[in-house]
Design a protein around this ligand. Structure first.
Ligand SMILES: C[S@@+](CC[C@H](N)C(=O)[O-])C[C@H]1O[C@@H](n2cnc3c(N)ncnc32)[C@H](O)[C@@H]1O
Length: 250
């Protein structure tokens, strides 16, 4: 069985979507408003930026400069294009690099990462990125979290396989404190932000690709997997969600 990421149908599902994870401009703004004021011309790092919906929102809401990092060049190209159209191109520098080895010497006032820290791991990412933060600098991450301590078995099994590092909000707050941060608060992303910008457009794309790949069983298997994630959320949205965690270097 092919790793889904190595099959072109996976990248056709995840091409030209508004976002590559649940989120919304409103949630990005809510998190930004909960932070201490940023200095003028703040240096901001957006890790795992994808096509950059949150990068654009940050550029419009601040006077900062945002270095947007992702490993997948087509997302960075899309971000550059969107930034140019939105008139914020000069505030954003897309950089192809890995969150495991961030190639920056000068520290940042703010590190932002929506729906991407799971790749390196919540505690691991916070520990590794701390050296890229100025003293007193802040970090905002959104990460898939259990909203109840004892989730339904089906949801538990799915996410234990897909994201073994998933934890409750309380556990993640303890993890960020253990990594040397002071919590500035957290909030759960509203359910609508899963559907509007992510699962609804993704579901429409899956339906289209099902006909295009009707004679390709491997592609159909990958489409099934992606559809299963959507259906799981439809059933268990009260059990897990994306949570924004805000913190400051202690
Ligand atoms: C779930 S998407 C979230 C994208 C974006 N933040 C959003 O919310 O739309 C995760 C992103 O991380 C990127 N990524 C995967 N591995 C990475 C790595 N090692 N370093 C940096 N980015 C990575 C993917 O290409 C993808 O754009």
């Amino acid at each position: 069985m092919t790793n889904p990421l190595e099959h072109d149908v996976f990248w056709k599902i995840h091409r030209d979507l508004p976002r590559e994870a649940p989120g919304s401009d409103a949630a990005t703004m809510q998190a930004l408003a909960m932070l201490p004021d940023l200095p003028t011309n703040a240096r901001i790092l957006d890790v795992g930026c994808g096509p950059g919906a949150q990068t654009l929102a940050l550029a419009k809401a601040t006077q900062g400069h945002i270095t947007a990092v992702d490993t997948y060049q087509p997302f960075l190209d899309e971000l550059a294009c969107r930034a140019f159209i939105a008139g914020v191109g000069e505030q954003i520098t897309p950089v192809q690099a890995s969150m495991f080895e961030l190639p920056f010497d000068e520290p940042f006032d703010l590190i932002w990462s929506e729906g991407a820290i799971y790749i390196i791991g919540f505690a691991e990412g916070l520990a590794a990125w701390r050296r890229h933060l100025k003293p007193g600098g802040s970090i905002v991450v959104s990460d898939l979290s259990w909203l109840q301590p004892d989730p339904p078995a089906e949801a538990h099994q799915f996410w234990q396989e897909a994201y073994p590092g998933i934890a409750t909000i309380e556990a993640n707050v303890s993890r960020l404190e253990a990594a040397g941060y002071r919590s500035l608060g957290h909030f759960v992303l509203p359910e609508e932000a899963w559907w509007t910008n992510y699962y609804r457009p993704m579901g429409a794309r899956i339906a289209l690709l099902r006909t295009q790949y009707h004679d390709n069983p491997e592609a159909q298997r990958i489409l099934d997997l992606e559809q299963a994630e959507i259906e799981l959320y439809r059933r268990y949205a009260s059990s897990y969600g994306y949570v924004f965690y805000l913190m400051q270097a202690a």
